[in-house]
Ligand binder design. Structure first.
Ligand code: AMP
Length: 554
């Protein structure tokens, strides 16, 4: 940003890098609150946040982090998260977000596939011991003095530790980043920041997609800043808004719709370190939040709390429900009981930064609960027959394809998968089944891709099937989603054992325990002799699902 530029608020905060966005906000709204953690308590204005982010950016540079380096952040929504998001963006390092529930093997895969050079982490989350897992993957860490040299993870050079307690052996303390910032001058940092372009990849998120192995979705500043901007516009945000963000920052819902949706309108965010329905309501009341986000399961949890406690939620105006199918009765209850009169549904996927459609907040309640709204500005949508590729007529169901600034830059180190997802005319094939009506409203009618969405978390059945097929007692297995009142969907598995085997469901779950994240472990397991097949020999998962719900033997 050139000195002496117009001090007026720009027409809109978009088409800028993530790093420059914060600089603009610190210039235009220095005293406005930006980041609030009421419990700690921590309250940063935009100028304070910019100051911390610059110091961190210098510290990271002093430790050798460079433009294009992958930096994985494995932590819940800790207060360091947002400053790091901007610090990394300022130096052009790529923030690789890591699901907090991953287990050791999944982390190992992610660090390898992303060729991560720096891992930033906390001691652990819930009963997941992160440092224990890291030490097992990287036994050389404990005795490291200076840069790491691991045969298993040759790209990984350093582990940075966020935590007030003693830092684990071999790690660099987060505070040391701040103290090392003196080694880099403002001029040096500005020089580094100038190299960062708006179309450079700035963020990578691992999504299960439909294949067994998670893929790293590469997103640029233009992808995510502009998407945040348009979703924020749809919510009518101004600098007076205060957005409660209980969704995780490791997902686009948190770091794009949350952080950037708010900041592109100079609104403040009130994050929760991790979801807790009671705390969400307390934060909304205490901080007079005007907007609230959540996947359907989260809103359900908050409504349950409202049966026992009362809160003053009169400040609430709007919000976003997204991430999974948003049932109409739930939408209506949330609008009514939580006073979220202007609640919107957003639909999208990580590969689309994530937003594709959103319900206009002033539309009729019917349209805001029965559709996922209209296509966002500057984005094109078309519905095609997945078999012929031909465009569907109005109201006819087909695969939703999307084109525009929001389509990802591709999957990291995976041109084949990128080619399969984005056709040569630039259309992203979402794998979601939808229809479009003459007024431009989109309805999600099903899912073409083999994916389970449990409480907003995507689960690729193939990943679980591949794991279970490694079990010596299992002959074959198919994993599918079953309806669940709390999570929308849950994971079920139909298993054929090898002759003479007598495994129990608990033994199978135990086998999964340290190999995949807990939310992916099949809750319901059925032992079968055969699987329903098509004439061409493909297993029919919809039949397995039907048989499961009707409790029929296979
Ligand atoms: P993710 O990449 O984790 O954001 O997951 C994206 C997937 O979640 C989409 O492809 C859809 O299948 C599903 N999804 C997201 N939002 C909605 C919504 N509002 N209604 C129905 N499904 C949704």
């Amino acid at each position: 940003m050139a000195a002496g530029e117009d001090k007026q608020r720009p027409a809109s905060y978009r088409d800028v890098t993530v790093g420059d966005l914060l600089e603009l906000l610190a210039r235009d709204y220095p005293e406005n609150e930006a980041l609030i953690y009421p419990d700690i308590p921590l309250r940063h204005t935009f100028s304070q946040l910019e100051w911390v982010a610059r110091r961190l950016a210098k510290g990271l540079t002093a430790y050798g982090v460079k433009n294009g380096d992958r930096v994985a952040l494995w932590a819940p929504n800790v207060p360091e998260w947002v400053p790091l998001q901007f610090a990394l963006a300022k130096i052009g390092a790529i923030l690789v977000t890591v699901n907090t529930s991953l287990c050791e093997q999944e982390l190992d895969y992610l660090l390898k596939q992303s060729e991560t050079g720096t891992l930033i982490t906390v001691r652990g989350f819930r009963d997941n011991d992160y440092i224990g897992a890291i030490n097992r993957i990287l036994p050389e860490l404990a005795s490291a003095d200076g840069e790491l040299n691991s045969a298993r993870l040759p790209f990984l050079k350093r582990v940075i530790y966020i935590g007030g307690d003693d830092s684990p052996a071999g790690t660099i303390r987060y505070d040391s980043l701040l103290s090392a910032s003196d080694q880099v001058s403002d001029r040096q940092l500005d020089e580094v920041a100038r190299q960062v372009q708006v179309d450079d990849v700035i963020n990578m998120q691992y999504t299960s997609g439909t294949t067994g192995f998670p893929k790293g979705v590469m997103l640029s500043s233009r992808n995510i800043v502009n998407n945040g901007y348009w979703l924020g516009e749809g919510l009518g945000y101004t600098e007076r808004d205060r957005v409660c963000v209980p969704v995780p920052f490791f997902h686009c819902f948190g770091c794009v719709i949350g952080v950037l949706g708010a900041y592109t309108h100079a609104a403040a965010i009130v994050p929760l370190e991790c979801y807790d329905p009671l705390k969400v309501l307390q934060h909304v009341e205490k901080e007079r939040c005007t907007s609230l986000y959540g996947v359907p399961t989260m809103f359900l949890g908050e409504l349950e709390q409202l049966d026992y406690h009362s809160f003053d939620l009169s400040s609430l105006r709007t919000g976003v429900m997204a991430g999974a199918l948003c049932p109409e009765p739930l939408m209506r209850r949330v609008m009514d009981k939580m006073r979220l009169n202007e609640l919107t549904i957003a639909y999208g996927l990580t590969e689309a930064s994530p937003g594709i459609t959103q319900t206009p907040r002033t539309d009729s309640v019917e349209l805001r609960t029965q559709t996922v709204g209209q296509v966002l500005p500057e984005v094109e949508v078309r519905i095609v027959n997945p078999l012929t590729g031909e465009r569907c007529a109005d109201d006819e169901s087909g695969e939703l394809c999307c084109r525009g600034y929001n389509v990802m830059r591709g999957y990291y180190n995976n041109p084949k998968a990128t080619f399969e997802a984005i056709d040569n005319e630039g259309w992203l094939h979402t794998g979601d089944q939808a229809s479009l009506d003459a007024e431009g409203y989109v309805r999600i009618t099903g899912r073409i891709k083999d994916l389970i969405i449990r409480g907003g978390e995507n689960i690729a059945p193939k990943e679980i099937e591949d794991l279970l097929r490694l079990h010596p007692g299992i002959s074959d297995v198919y994993v599918y989603g079953i309806p669940d009142d709390k999570y929308g969907e849950d994971v079920a598995a139909a298993i054929r054992l090898n002759p003479g085997e007598a495994l129990s469901a608990d033994e199978i779950r135990e086998f999964c325990r340290d190999r995949i994240a807990r939310f992916k472990i099949p809750r319901q397991i059925r032992f079968v002799d055969s699987f329903p097949m098509t004439a061409s020999g493909k297993v029919q998962k919809f039949k397995l699902r039907e048989m499961h719900t009707r409790n029929e033997p296979a």
